[in-house]
Every structure is written in structure tokens, then in C-alpha cells.
Write a protein that binds this ligand. Structure first.
Ligand code: ATP
Ligand code: MG
Ligand code: MG
Ligand code: MG
Length: 567
């Protein structure tokens, strides 16, 4: 490729709208251009990189036994109605109608459609396990698109779904994906931390997120240097109540209960109806801080429960799953868990079965506020709570006791165990060896391809520009003749360009009639791993200079051996 032909419009000026280093550099280096909020065009440099990331991910999915397919983006509402998510997904889902008035959505994720495929096509245990994946655009009408392609409304995701006969099979698929993710991110030059996380709207119980630690990350992570324990601490969104100002007297009157809109909810049955799920969601315990702030609730739920919606209904801003092992350990019973608000992870283990149903929802006497009006001690007895932990930086690691660190993280991937949540809702069953009809046991696994690209740039840049890892660089090398009026330099540069390209090194020849400073700045900005400079040394000693972008040192080599030194 010749630079004079390459559509990579670099910007000298800092783009005013840039919210992070990767966003700024992707605009400046001519990788992306915005079409509308959270929706971008990927220019040739970005697209080459995205293809490389996709190919690495594809190789790792295939190595783990995945089969690639392509599911529709436009999905019929009926399937989403069957699982209840048509109502639960909320305004993040792009919805549309066809000319006959039938309802559709643009796929934000693909559990429904792929489970329906397996329901129709898989009959026998002999066809399992099955790992199916695609790499495709996803659509989410994010309330706050940010940081360029990091939080877009149209973005590329790899999503894989595993279908197994039983829990042991799921365990194996989950393990394979965990390893595949670690390998894929490593090959992209990304250093990631796998953290225990919250299953959110997808459901299920066990989940890990792969985080790129970065100050711009929207997720909060605590991690232990000693034993490697790491967990997502849901960050306080804007709607969270403000913390008590420093020095404010602790005796201050508690803030008035926040109003939450739960129209017509008076009983547990109302709540279940409000949640719009067939599940038996039972709110067990609401927990308040000294200042009257609702910090957490313990719920009993099965895998169909929409914890996120429940959390919102009771005025909590986020959801955290306690590990089922931990709950079982303390209470001897399975339980779900909702909480916390604020930056602290609150792990609460209560006896989920001990409380009478109405204890948790009494105080239902004030319009729209009854669920947050519950007072501990009056409406339930706090002594039923067997264990409360606040995990904050400097606090001991729940595993080994060493002090925990806190960082912000960009979630580049997540893996979930879904169990039979979707197969039961949609009736995706198979005939097992014992002659019994059983629901397939599922997992789902996502990687944000476009977000990964931006995360690579967040981790690999300096004040001059991008520093691409070779594996995902749009081009490996740029050849820069310093003086385009010098025939000798031009011929040497052309020769090098052909030798490098012939040897499989993806190379750009900067043939523009620009000052050397402009070319060098662009080379640094665009981040080619290697720059070969053909300058004054050529005439003097027959040498050119090879510079690695990562260390910035020029190494003179003879023109003859230059191509073989770029590796
Ligand atoms: P987030 O917490 O950042 O909103 P998520 O948990 O909703 O992400 P998943 O449903 O787990 O996302 O999707 C799998 C992956 O898709 C994420 O790990 C992330 O890399 C990517 N992704 C999700 N939302 C976006 C988005 N709006 N823009 C770009 N990539 C995204
Ligand atoms: Mg999201
Ligand atoms: Mg997330
Ligand atoms: Mg996620």
C-alpha cells in the first residue's frame, strides 16, 4: 500500500469530542469516524486490525471445538416474548416493526434465536456437545455511548453458545472458553484480569469477566496481589445516592426514602408480576446502612429471575451475585443475592429461608415508596443476617486475607453459565442415553471485538500515538524515503517495499511529497511496529535505519539485509 493512496485521514489537532486516549488516537490516526452517537465507520486501518482480532478469536474458538455460523440480526419478537425478555430488556433494545406491523428487534445478544435453532435441529445426546459461534454486529441503545467504540450502540461481538448434556459437560465447555479467552486476549497483546462478576440481565449464576485494567474503565475491580482473587465491584451509577459528606454528623436525620416507580406492587405476587417473569422471585431481606440508605437485599430466586429489574424495583442501582458455594456454606440452602449500591462490594449472607414472606415487604403503605420504606428491626430482624462483609480497598481478601487493591476495568469479554434458563423457557430438549427427554445445558460467551481494538490502543500508546502489537497491527512496517527528490532514496525505498511485501511483511510505502517531520509524525501516530527510514546514510554508507516503534531507537543496517531484519 502506498501512503498517497491510503484512506487514513490523520488529524493534526486534538479532536474536541475525544473522551479517552484510544478514542482520541483512533480519530487522529484516521481509524474511525462517527456517524451518529455510538455508531462509527471503521476506516481501512481499523478494519484491517479488526479482521486480525477476529481471526485470532476465530482460531481460538475453532481450537476449542467451536463451529462458526451466522444468525440473523433482525429477530422476531415472539422468541423474546417466550423467554420474557421482550419486556425485561427495556430501552436498551432497538425495536422495529415490519410493514405488516409485526415486531422485531435488532439483536443485542442471541440466546433466544440460537436456542430456537437447537430446539429445532438437535434431537439426541449424540449431537452434543455443540459449541456454536458468530462474529457479528450487535445493537444496544446504550443510555450513554462513550469513549468512541468502547461503548457503542452498534458494535462487533463474538458470541459463542455451548450446549451440553449435563452440568459436567457445561463445566468442561466453560473451562475451554476460559482458556480460549485467556489465549485470545494474550495473542492480541492485551493483558487482562479475569474477575468474578455479576450475571446481570443474561442470568445464570457463575460468570467471569475479562477486564483490561484502565483508569477509563467503567467497571470497578478489586484484586488481590497475593492469591489472585479478583472480583467486579459494580460502580455507583449517577442514580446512586450521594455519600454522606465528610465530617457530616452521623446523627443527621436519614435521607427521605427515594421514590421508585413500582406501580401497583403491594405483595410478593405483585412484585413477581411486575418483574414479568414466571419465576418465583422472593425478596427476603433488605439491608440499610446507618444513614438509612438501602444497601442490599437478599433474594431467593431461580435462574429465571431478572435480578437487575428486581434491584431497580427496590431502589438498588446494581446487582451482585454472591457465590452459591458461599451461600450454601453458611446457610445450607441455595440463594440469589441482590446488592450493593455504591463503590463497596457488600457480601451479605443471610438465612434465605428463615424469614416470613411478608416481613420483607411490610411498610407497603406509602404510594410508590413502600419497598424502600422498610426499616430493619421493625420489619425484619437483622439478627437473621448471619454474615456481612464490606470489601473495600485495603480490606482483607476474602480468600487469603491480604489487602485488596482496587482499579477501574474495561470489560472486554464475559463468560456465563446459563444452565437450563433458556432451554427450559424455549423447550430445547434432547433425548438422553437413558431414554429421557432433558433440557440442554447451556453457556454463553462474548468478546467485544471493537471494544478489544480500543482497549489494545488504551494499553499500547504514548504521547506520539499508537504502538501496535505486531499481531493486530493494520500494517507491520512503513518505509519512509526522507527526500523524495533523491532518486537513490526512492529506488531503495521501492526495492525495500517490494522485498518486505514479498516476504509477507504488510508494508506501507510513504511516497508522499511531504516534509520528513510530517511523515515521521504520521508513522508514530499510526503506530507501525517498524519504520524503515531511507535517508542520508544511504549515500554515505549504503545503510538504512530500522526503528522499532516500541523503543524508538534507530538501528542502521545495510540496504541488502534490511528486509530480513524486519520481523
Ligand atoms: P458492559 O458492562 O460494558 O455494558 P455488558 O456486560 O453489557 O458490557 P455483555 O453482554 O457481557 O456486555 O457482552 C459481551 C461483550 O460485548 C462485553 O464483554 C464487551 O466486550 C462487549 N460490549 C458490550 N456492550 C458493548 C458496547 N456497548 N460497545 C462495545 N462493546 C460492547
Ligand atoms: Mg451493557
Ligand atoms: Mg458488564
Ligand atoms: Mg458483560
Amino acid at each position: 500500500m502506498r501512503m498517497s493512496q491510503l484512506l487514513a485521514p490523520t488529524l493534526r489537532e486534538e479532536p474536541a469530542e475525544a473522551e479517552s486516549d484510544s478514542h482520541r488516537l483512533m480519530l487522529r490516526a484516521g481509524l474511525i469516524r462517527k456517524s451518529s452517537a455510538g455508531i462509527y465507520t471503521y476506516l481501512p486501518l481499523a478494519f484491517r486490525s479488526l479482521r486480525k482480532i477476529s481471526e485470532i478469536v476465530r482460531e481460538e474458538m475453532d481450537r476449542a471445538g467451536g463451529q462458526e455460523l451466522q444468525l440473523p440480526i433482525v429477530q422476531p419478537a415472539e422468541l423474546w416474548v417466550e423467554t420474557g425478555r421482550w419486556y425485561e430488556y427495556g430501552p436498551e433494545m432497538f425495536r422495529l416493526k415490519d410493514r405488516h406491523g409485526r415486531e422485531f428487534c435488532l439483536g443485542p445478544t442471541h440466546e433466544e434465536i440460537i436456542t430456537a435453532l437447537v430446539r429445532a435441529e438437535v434431537r439426541s445426546y449424540r449431537q452434543l456437545p455443540l459449541l456454536l459461534y458468530q462474529i457479528q454486529n450487535k445493537y444496544r441503545d446504550e443510555i450513554r455511548p462513550r469513549f468512541g467504540v468502547i461503548r457503542g450502540r452498534e458494535f462487533i461481538m463474538k458470541d459463542l453458545y455451548s450446549f451440553d448434556r449435563d452440568e459436567a459437560g457445561l463445566e468442561e465447555s466453560y473451562r475451554k472458553m476460559y482458556e480460549a479467552y485467556s489465549r485470545a486476549f494474550h495473542r492480541c497483546g492485551l493483558s487482562t484480569t479475569a474477575v468474578e462478576a455479576d450475571p446481570g440481565a443474561i442470568g445464570g449464576d457463575v460468570t467471569h469477566e475479562f477486564m483490561v485494567l484502565s483508569p477509563i474503565g467503567e467497571a470497578q475491580v478489586v484484586h488481590c496481589r497475593q492469591c489472585g482473587y479478583a472480583a467486579n465491584v459494580e460502580a455507583a451509577p449517577a442514580s446512586a445516592p450521594p455519600a454522606r459528606p465528610q465530617g457530616a454528623p452521623a446523627t443527621e436525620a436519614p435521607p427521605a426514602p427515594r421514590k421508585v416507580s413500582t406501580p401497583g406492587v403491594r405483595t410478593i405476587e405483585d412484585l413477581v408480576r411486575f418483574l414479568g417473569t414466571p419465576a418465583h422471585a422472593i425478596l427476603k431481606t433488605l439491608l440499610y446502612e446507618g444513614d438509612g440508605r438501602l444497601v442490599a437485599a437478599v433474594i431467593r430466586g431461580d435462574h429465571q429471575l431478572n435480578e437487575v429489574k428486581l434491584a431497580r424495583a427496590i431502589g438498588l442501582s446494581s446487582v451482585q451475585a454472591a457465590s452459591p458455594e458461599r451461600v450454601r456454606e453458611v446457610t445450607g440452602a441455595p440463594a440469589g443475592f441482590v446488592g450493593p449500591v455504591g463503590l463497596n462490594r457488600v457480601e451479605i449472607v443471610a438465612d434465605p429461608w428463615a424469614m416470613a414472606l411478608d416481613e420483607a415487604v411490610t411498610g407497603a403503605n406509602e404510594e410508590d415508596a413502600h419497598l424502600v420504606g422498610v426499616v430493619p428491626g421493625r420489619h425484619f430482624s437483622a439478627d437473621r443476617v448471619t454474615d456481612i462483609r464490606l470489601v473495600v480497598p485495603g480490606d482483607p481478601c476474602p480468600r487469603c486475607g491480604a489487602p485488596l487493591d482496587r482499579s477501574a476495568g474495561i470489560e472486554v469479554g464475559q463468560i456465563f453459565k446459563l444452565h437450563t434458563k433458556y432451554s427450559e423457557a424455549l423447550g430445547a430438549t434432547f433425548l438422553d442415553e437413558d431414554g429421557k427427554e432433558k433440557p440442554v445445558v447451556m453457556g454463553c460467551y462474548g468478546i467485544g471485538i471493537t471494544r478489544t481494538l480500543a482497549a489494545v490502543i488504551e494499553q499500547h500508546h504514548d504521547d506520539k500515538g499508537i504502538i501496535w502489537p505486531v499481531s493486530v497491527a493494520p500494517y507491520h512496517a512503513v518505509v519512509v524515503p526522507v527526500n523524495v527528490k533523491d532518486r537513490g532514496q526512492i529506488e531503495a525505498a521501492e526495492r525495500l517495499y517490494h522485498e518486505l511485501t514479498g516476504a509477507g511483511v504488510e508494508t506501507v510505502l510513504d511516497d508522499r511529497e511531504e516534509r520528513p517531520g510530517v511523515k515521521f509524525n504520521d508513522a508514530d501516530l499510526m503506530g507501525f511496529p517498524y519504520r524503515v527510514t531511507v535517508g542520508a546514510r544511504l549515500a554515505a554508507s549504503g545503510q538504512v535505519e530500522i526503528r522499532r516503534r516500541s523503543d524508538g531507537r534507530d538501528v542502521p543496517v545495510s540496504l541488502d539485509e534490511a528486509a530480513s531484519k524486519v520481523r
